[in-house]
Design a protein around this ligand. Sequence first.
Ligand code: GLN
Ligand code: ZN
Length: 764
Amino acid sequence: MVSSSVLGFPRIGANREVKKAVEAYWAGKLSAEDLGKAAADVRKTNWTNLKERNVDLISSGEFSLYDHVLDHSSAFNVIPKRYVGLGLSALDVFFAMGRGRQADGVDVPACEMKKWFDSNYHYVVPELSEQTDFKLLYNKALQEYNEAKALGVVTRPVVLGPISYLVLGKAAKEASADFQPILLLSKILPVYTQLLSELKAAGVDSVQVDEPVLVLDKAADLDKQYATAYAALVPVAPKIVLTTYFSRLDSNLNFVAKLPVAGLHIDLVRAPAQLDDVLAAIKSTPIVLSLGVVSGRNIWKCDFDAAIKHGQKAIDALGQDRVIIATSSSLLHTPVTLASEKKLTAEQKDWFSFALEKASEVATIAAVLSGSQDAKVAAALEANKVSIAKRREFEHTSDDAVRKRVAAITPEMYNRKSPFATRKNVQAKKLDLPKFPTTTIGSFPQTKEIRNARARLGKGEITEAEYDEFIKKEINLVVRFQEKVGLDLLVHGEPERNDMVQYFGEQLNGFVFTQNGWVQSYGSRYVRPPIIVSDVSRPTPMTVKWSSYAQSITEKPMKGMLSGPVTILNWSFPREDVPRKLQSQQLALALRDEVIDLEAAGIAAIQVDEPAIREGLPLRRSDWDEYLEWAVDTFKLSTAGVTDATQTHSHFCYSDFGDIFPSIQRLDADVISIEFSKSDMKLLQTFQQYGYSNQIGPGVYDIHSPRVPSEQEIRDRLQATLTIIPDHLMFVNPDCGLKTRGWKETETSLANLVAAARWARENA
Ligand code: GLN
Ligand code: ZN
């Protein structure tokens, strides 16, 4: 029998129950006990749903109220000292680490967050040092296994493996200079030994141990550590299914195939070509192979024929009992269910599968491969054939005008008219900004009123004209505030945007969007990625109305605000029938028109955000050049249509740039703003080292937490920055948009930021 498995499930709940409960708890409107109940209800629904869909191996323990890596840190006693002794409950310490805390005399910033591999999910980075005192404070996997069992669902617990946990962590401040988290392997293994042996004692048959680090180049140097760790854990643990995803094992397979584990999971959606090598490597071992054939990262219906071919090949090599049909990764990166979508047409709905539908897919494929004679299985197989054929038919219809335009792109279209040094002078005259110009990243607080107005527009309770008036009022408020607080380069505040990608998706041809397709970005923050279904074009201007209104009510320069082609692509569910490059080119041409229209409307600075350009980088270095070439080119294509006098900006979040630095330079934006407040100065040193020549605004405070930075803090940061970045290239700004913040902290933080910049003008 071929079994089916789901590697992890969205945590939010079909109606965002968990998000709402967590936020209510933070607001003091829900007790810890009721939060626990809300979470347990969602877990119960998820488990029962998966069981009803005949999934054999159902995940447990991977649920989280914030982030699963943070769950491990919290359970392993990896709690930085600054969160200890504050009189907080364990739950509040957990949240304080995730999002900082500033209340009742307690004032601690959040731990650093980082992108989870190449996804838009963020994990909380473990802080490790020689002093780390690993202890298993509680066994979350066991608790949830027991919880599910009591509900009649036998699950396969999930834990993040020891090597990946360490490698994803970072050296804490107090660590010595030559410390590396992996040096703690022998210290962390007892915790895993205890955790896994408790699972075994509880009767757990198999456990999913995630080691996604195995798909990275750097795992090649960790062969000994992997051998040591799994030699120690296998004897005490339930059957371990070593789980990799998001890319390929490549040469790491050499040592992975020798590990004494019971099973291995590989991602065949991202890396189908690895199947042959893996089969050859494990054929003569007892290892069970879990085939990730149903995408955990995209929402297109699985093509059963293709998946069955993979499955059959594995069965031919290993036999049915050594094959599992699985999702490629956790389904965390997909929305809960298509059943919540009422506005998609029947044709569109037929193209997609969300998490619950994907669960049915793995179960059906496994049943087919097991030789099931069940009529329902046969019907599902037939229905899939019909759906896929229809989708293929649709894919053949392309927008000729768009395709022709892409084919006609010329090399000049990628470059500005003059080099940066020339542009800088022309722009200085036009914009007349002071030294250390202050600006923000674009969005201002998305208040309840704004969300309500949008919801009411959606329900038809207010007219388009009334909504426009409301948005204008909001823009007014934001503009007046920025004038009052003394910012130099203003923004309109983006009140009209539900989300920086969805907003554009909704206005472009070629996209469809969901009503309830929420995907976790970090903590309680969820986004609703649009879906690119066909060729992309811009029927009408998307932002010009708002930016020019904002400019019309102030003497100060207004910065136009767009999301870049690579980011729109990365934060959407992309098509799978054409390359990402083509999709990005189409987006870039649409944005290029918008940029030119903004300039014509009198907007002298235009920011095209590319926060996702780094995250889209392939996990394997050998794939980087190809990606960077088209990613940088398409950004340039979108921005280079303007005159020298227009100042182009770009913004990046979590800017781990060291290794792609030449590409950041090649973007040739006049100003970039980067996330920096949570990383160390190393990032800036990289800029210095490479001699970055354009203007740069290193984020001087962390907007991901409600904490207010003092003026002194910002001054200190500015001063530190100025030892590295020449003063004439410096902008002063927060590290990201303010949409998730409240007005109160925004007002004080920005007042402190302006004061610090003024201080710098006098003193630095
Ligand atoms: N302009 C966007 C904003 O301010 C940028 C957000 C982002 O980088 N994630 O919200
Ligand atoms: Zn950002």
